[in-house]
Ligand binder design. Structure first.
Ligand code: CU
Ligand code: CU
Length: 339
């Protein structure tokens, strides 16, 4: 990518960031190329290919967007992008009727590494933590997805360049960031409150330091919570809250305040409490009529690579529940479903 032309423009910002960390941090702008959204509820994606001859470390995400224009933005790391076009329709919530060609953000190796909504401020990763991209890392492309909910302001022919300024360095970071995505399949019966739950044992010999989380459902989500579960000497599970949130509030990454460490043989678990007043079954799926249950855990590890494991998914209701999982006891039923 053309990394260098931004340097002059942001020389001053560069200087202050540099003196703070003791290494040079540069900015790269990943912005929509002056697009003109032509229908409401449009999701657009634009990619950049990262230079594969060297590694870069993203240490911060500075949004360039306002809530009057962009409803939300997601930044995906991909092995290969969903399209070879400079901009494409990548609507997750698009209904099946949509005639235009649309494609997902990534074709292979999809992971969300940043989310913005509702005028959220810049996200700086903790000291010495970076997302490794380019080189021999699994992230060869970065794909920016912008959700344009209302398009009235584009009726006069104006254009949009919402996006993010990536703060990055070439200095290898001691601590590498990663995202673990917990979620479920399954279904929600009509007129009921349902728990969509998942859990996984961490099998890799790494110490995980969670520092931010994000929740995602569509319209039926009430509470989404995530836990570290660790059995004590008597075999009783201790549930430590990683984060919980109302998924209908802005879906960005929120900080995890406590210094919680997750290591080998710990279990990570998440629950989405869903309330349906519908007359029919709601399935997991990508459109507005469907639901999703996602808890994203952003963390750092010391050493050469973040977790191999990127996902922790269960079959969800009616096939999987924490209460039927032999590995789990002492479930904080009430706490996991209240804010
Ligand atoms: Cu949105
Ligand atoms: Cu979704």
């Amino acid at each position: 990518m053309a990394f260098y032309h931004m340097l002059l423009w942001f020389g001053i910002a560069l200087l202050s960031v540099a003196s703070l960390n003791g290494y040079k941090v540069e900015r790269y702008s990943l912005l929509m190329p002056n697009v003109r959204p032509n229908k409401p509820e449009l999701y657009l994606c634009t990619p950049i290919k990262v230079n594969f001859t060297r590694n870069y470390y993203i240490v911060g995400f500075e949004p360039n967007a306002s809530m009057n224009t962009a409803h939300h933005m997601l930044l995906y790391g991909c092995k290969t992008p969903g399209s070879s076009k400079p901009v494409w329709d990548c609507g997750e919530m698009a209904s099946e009727e949509s005639t235009e060609e649309s494609a997902s953000p990534c074709n292979l190796g999809s992971q969300v590494i940043y989310a913005w909504a509702r005028d959220a401020p810049m996200l700086r990763l903790p000291k010495d933590v970076g997302f490794e991209v380019g080189g021999n890392s699994p992230i060869q492309y970065l794909v920016l997805q912008v959700h344009y909910a209302h398009i009235d302001k584009f009726k006069d022919g104006s254009r949009d360049n919402s996006g993010v300024f990536l703060h990055y360095t070439e200095r290898p970071m001691q601590r590498l960031a990663g995202v673990l995505l917990l979620g479920t399949a399954g279904l929600i019966p009509p007129k009921t409150v349902e728990y969509m739950e998942t859990s996984c044992e961490i099998k890799e010999n790494k110490t995980i330091h969670p520092f931010a989380f994000r929740t995602h459902t569509h319209s039926l989500g009430k509470v989404v919570s995530g836990y570290r579960v660790r059995a004590n000497e008597r075999g009783i599970d201790e549930w430590t809250l990683l984060g919980k949130h109302d998924p209908l509030k802005p879906q960005m990454f929120y900080p995890i305040q406590n210094d919680i460490k997750i290591h080998k043989s710990d279990i990570v678990a998440a629950r989405c409490t869903m309330e349906s007043r519908r007359n029919s079954i709601t399935y997991i799926g990508a459109t507005n009529k469907d639901e999703m249950c996602n808890f994203y855990l952003m963390y750092w590890v010391e050493g050469k690579s973040p977790l191999e494991q990127k996902y922790c998914f269960s079959r969800g209701p009616p096939l999987y529940y924490w209460s039927r999982d032999q590995e789990l006891n002492n479930i904080p039923n009430r706490e996991a479903s209240t804010l």
